[in-house]
Design a protein around this ligand. Structure first.
Ligand code: FES
Length: 86
């Protein structure tokens, strides 16, 4: 996982089995930084209360988080990663 900021957006970039996903980086439950969480084939697990977010849909797989993460479209061209943030 990588983290970066773009303007006021805090972005998480994750490589899940060779596919790149981009999402908001701050947990929708209580503002934990997901880049310090755990990446598994299920998604990213929040380090604070252990909700796991599906990185394809942003949907939390378990409580306490209930609100999905914002997911960004990713495009890779000539080894460059582009993220659609609008
Ligand atoms: S802060 Fe992420 S599950 Fe609570």
């Amino acid at each position: 996982m990588l983290d970066f900021d773009y303007g006021d957006k805090k972005i998480l970039l994750a490589n899940l089995d060779g596919k790149i996903y981009a999402s908001d980086r701050i947990c929708t439950h209580a503002d934990a930084d997901l880049s310090t969480g755990i990446l598994t084939e299920e998604g990213v697990t929040c380090p604070l209360h252990l909700s796991t977010f599906n990185l394809k849909t942003g949907v939390p797989e378990n409580l306490p988080a209930e609100t999905p993460l914002k997911i960004y479209n990713v495009k890779i061209e000539q080894n460059e990663i582009y993220i659609e943030v609008n």
